[in-house]
Design a protein around this ligand. Sequence first.
Ligand code: PEP
Ligand code: MG
Length: 529
Amino acid sequence: MPDTLTGSGVSRGLAAGPLLKLPAPAALPAPRPVTDPDAELATVAESLERVAADLTRRAGTAGLAREAAEILAALAMMAEDPVLREEAESGVHAGLDAAHALHQAFTRHREALAALGGYLAERAADLDDLRARAVACALGLPMPGIPAPGHPYVLVAADLSPADTATLGPDVLALVTERGGPTSHTAILARGRGLPAVVACAGVMALADGTVIGVDGGTGEITVGLTDDAADRLRARDRADRDRLAGGSGPGATADGHPVKLLLNVGSAKDLEPGAEGVGLFRTEFLFLDRRQAPAFEEQVAAYAEVFARAPSVVVRTLDAGTDKPLPFLGLPPEPNPALGVRGLRVDRVLPGVLDTQLDAIAEAARGSGADVLVMAPMVTTVEEAAGFARRARARGISRVGVMIEVPAAALRAERILAEVDFLSIGTNDLAQYAFAADRQHSALADLLDPSQPALLRLVEMCARAGLAAGKPVGVCGEAAGDPRLAPLLVGLGVTSLSMAPVCVPVVREALAGLTLAQCRDLAAAALA
Ligand code: PEP
Ligand code: MG
């Protein structure tokens, strides 16, 4: 067994604990001839009871968000539904083994719910999850889904979806995945939760459950088979780092007092931290990742108002759906090249009502709040798109409108785009993906995505210069802004604000406070060269 494995550190922090792997859902084997129907009936009953008991226990986990606990409790009740059990039992009477009888019962139940439409149809997808759990029980396999062993552990997976990451319980100490890139949305969600995370870690799935590992979310190093003493030392180092960084406070500035706003990237009100200078990127699509029904106007107003009530200023990004952030409620068809397809603002071409409703909801929530509310569009490519978006937002009374610079074509036209909008926010994650033609989720291409490469810095510089000339702010809200090695470079290029996961603010504040603006400019010039 190797002593260390190395991946890409995507969310700083140190953790140590036993690992547990995310089990893959069981495939349904061919039906078995049934020789003892009573035994199959007992397996059906036992499987449903075990699923319900497991969900009830998860719902009671200390520290779980109220919504998550309610969802788990509702799922447990579904598993106990007597109609479902009778349906599975009649499958056994008709000659099916327990696993197939359960599979058939859940499938029929699901179809019936789906046919009813509306809220009940949305619950149909939950039955898929329950079916996978019940079938796994009947086959004597581990239950799929995020483990909940009742003690803290490091979650290891081949890959994790953003929806999995968003629903992790409080007993997860750290995340390690075999696949995934540093700017994947799973990495972003881990950072948002302050959870140490390492992606693209080859070989980690070969480790046995229960092995104690140390995770360094900064360097990407995984230490295998830690002794108790070594694990304690790692945890003590983590506490010391966090204590030192927590000592810093106040607005961001270089050593010689050049102000640089340090803003937060959030996905909902839960991510907000008191004392922040504001929100630089509110990723509204994170509110609706697993939704099957479009969120209603009123629901959107409430969700946005919750954020506006707790931050002095908020830059709201309109829905950015597509590639690794599918929004099932949009019902968009699969595409051969999703990253180059209908995503971000482009969804408006096929479903114009979605953006209109969202802008209405943002404007309504802003009117009732004391916050300074700005709005921006993701994945803008042309000057015309920027102008059209600004017109629609301003028509609703939103006075400050910007666009994200994520497509190289838009960076090249930054000067002209700034004639139409009030600010730019550079999304270095996508800008790197499109400038280097490298999928941001691809673990083998992480070096190509490195935003400190001169080509990307040149695009950032073009935008910053355009902002300076127009007297308009140009910020960075991609993950580069939260990297203490890169933040000074970006400031040296002329960027006026940095927006990042809340957990990154202390370390970036410390990095900027240690350098003068002239030193930041020297670093930027050297990196460009
Ligand atoms: C980006 O692309 O840099 C960005 C901030 O947007 P997202 O990561 O949500 O795509
Ligand atoms: Mg983006």
